[in-house]
Design a protein around this ligand. Sequence first.
Ligand code: NAD
Ligand code: UDP
Length: 313
Amino acid sequence: MRVVVTGGAGFLGSHLCDRLLDRGDEVVAVDNLVTGSMANLAHLDGSRGFSMLRHDVSQHIRVDGSVDAVLHFASPASPRDYLELPIQTLKVGSLGTHNCLGLAKDKGARFLLASTSEVYGDPQVHPQAEDYWGHVNPVGPRGVYDEAKRFAEALTMAYHRAHGIGVGIARIFNTYGPRMRPSDGRVVSNFAVQALTGRPLTVYGDGSQTRSFCYVDDEVTGLVALLASNLAGPVNIGNPEEHTVAELAELVIEMTGSQSAIIREPLPVDDPAQRRPDIALARSVLGWEPTVALADGLANTIGWFRRELGRAR
Ligand code: NAD
Ligand code: UDP
């Protein structure tokens, strides 16, 4: 296959590029580097079948030659990033998705959308299955991300229904692993870097809010299974093992052997109180479920941050 991966220089997108190239696909990564980095793709420089196009996908996208799949992963994804880039986030979810769907239509390609558990907002149903419509504050600060992704899902389904293009909507739940940006502000990167540098771990609120953390290798396996299927979705791709943020802080301190304290900081506005995917659909239709335990995934991730911080020093 020849696959276009938007957001290919980001955390998830770069792992996706690796997986596709490993199985023999050709990959065109398209990225404007707003939150991504060429360092995530440096190991692919000169690799057979790989090319990179530096481009903002909120502008018309031109890719020469045939394309079998368009994987739309471009978007600021960490709350810190999308709160700093609210308009770019809305544009890449709306105009960017429109351009990517147009490219898929033009090339007769399958289209995959990186949607998110944030479409469920601060959910009042637990765990979240795909038929739950969510509980989103459209005018709150997180609305720029949540509503961009909800619009992207609606547009994807409109192209599917009106133009008959093959689509797959993945609702991705909190994913972690090597190549997260140390300063992206997400909980795993923050806690790992804080613990490794002896700074206090910043638990927002009382730490009783929950998340369900999926290791990046598992996530990519689920996404590739969705790509290979005919499923339009939406389908949750995440790890159903749920932890409080306070538990995660304790675990990171234990695993790093850090002397860091744990401190409390204010809970961000509209921070979801609980989040856990129901993955019955992914299990039955894609035959997928995560296999990497949190302790193992965190060990790899902490090891990677340790090396990155050492390199930076
Ligand atoms: P990331 O910030 O590491 O990667 C996003 C990439 O998109 C970056 O390389 C960035 O430069 C690029 N980008 C952003 N706007 C662009 C634009 N207008 N044109 C071209 N490139 C642009 O984030 P990530 O965690 O790898 O997330 C990737 C995708 O997965 C996003 O769409 C995100 O919403 C989705 N997602 C991620 C998670 C997660 O836990 N990592 C959870 C749910 C959904
Ligand atoms: N969080 C935290 N301390 C941090 C960063 C995040 O307590 O330093 C909390 C945050 O309030 C949220 C959870 O961890 O409840 C996950 O946050 P993240 O930014 O990773 O992703 P989200 O799931 O909110 O998009």
